[in-house]
Design a protein around this ligand. Structure first.
Ligand code: BJW
Ligand code: ZN
Length: 232
């Protein structure tokens, strides 16, 4: 069976990583749609760099939860028949044991050079505008996808959605495209679709089945079901 899993901020919530659109969401007082843009970075680069430096530093204080580790167990069974796509820029899937993770909105532990367009692994802060390891120009920005920018690996994701048997969306509000449209694309191509989210998402009506509750409980149960089925 071929499976595509899409994850969002809700899967990391129980690890202590704030989501974007819940009551205690990120960017305190600002709508993410107003600040996660290249224009906001052009106007206030230091503020934006500090925000991402703080989030990068906070990774050291959080751990993967049972939802992340359950998806790693699923990868062990399905191998290349699982495509795990995350909108998250944290590294909790990798630390939970997943080996192949497609970060469509980029990664905190990577820097993108506005001089040469190169991507470099990055663990430190960027607020002091260090030189790019590739070209030496001090134009490194967070390697994340802001509104108006094209998410990574869209061709690969679209190909996978067209041939998948099952599409599962975990912990995402369904407020941001193109990820919010994956359910309809997969369904139009014949896949069964399942939502696992704390509450009904904006797109909940598009799913064949929706289960609501914390990802740390729902995901291990669903993965156990998948493992039982694959053992039959
Ligand atoms: C739990 C839980 C628990 C809590 N257990 N669950 C008009 C109409 C349609 C589209 C557009 C439009 N105008 C503009 C657009 C396009 C635009 C867009 O979608 N805008 C919307 C505002 C409408 N999109 C873009 O610009 C994208 N690019 C693009 O479209 O390029 C064109 C193109 C596409 C494809 C091919 C070719 C060209 C880029 C979008 C970039 C988004 N970037 C951000 C910031 C990334 C860096 C960072 O992290 O700071 O990505 S915004 C932010 O939202 C972040 C997230 O990845 C993304 C999604 O958020 P997510 O993960 O869903 O989090 P929340 O907080 O919204 O939801 C959490 C959910 O978890 C909730 O439902 C909770 O209930 C649940 N939950 N606890 C389970 N314990
Ligand atoms: Zn460079």
């Amino acid at each position: 069976m071929n499976v595509v899993v899409l994850t969002g901020a809700g899967i990391s919530a129980e690890s202590g990583v704030p989501t974007f659109r819940d009551a205690d969401g990120l960017w305190e007082g600002h709508r993410v749609e107003d600040v996660a843009t290249p224009e906001a970075y052009d106007v206030r680069p230091s503020m934006v760099q500090k925000f991402y430096d703080d989030r990068r530093a906070a990774l050291a204080g959080v751990e993967p939860n049972p939802a992340h580790t359950a998806l790693a167990r699923l990868e062990e069974i399905l191998g290349d028949n699982l495509l795990l796509v995350t909108q998250n820029i944290d590294d909790l899937h990798e630390r939970g044991g997943s080996r192949h993770v497609l970060h469509m909105h980029g990664q905190l532990l990577s820097a993108l050079c506005r001089g040469c367009n190169g991507r470099s692994p990055w663990e430190q802060g960027l607020s002091d505008f260090p030189p790019c390891p590739r070209c030496g120009v001090p134009e490194l920005r967070p390697d994340v996808v802001w509104f108006g920018e094209v998410p990574y690996e869209m061709d690969r994701i679209q190909q996978a959605l067209m041939r998948t048997d099952l599409f599962v969306s975990i912990g995402t509000s369904g407020a941001v495209y193109p990820a919010a449209g994956f359910v309809q694309m997969a369904k139009a191509c014949g896949a069964r679709t399942l939502e696992l989210n704390l509450v009904p998402s904006e797109g909940t009506a598009f799913f064949d089945e929706a289960r609501h509750g914390p990802a740390g409980e729902l995901v291990p149960v669903w993965v156990d079901e998948m493992m039982t089925r694959s053992a039959l």
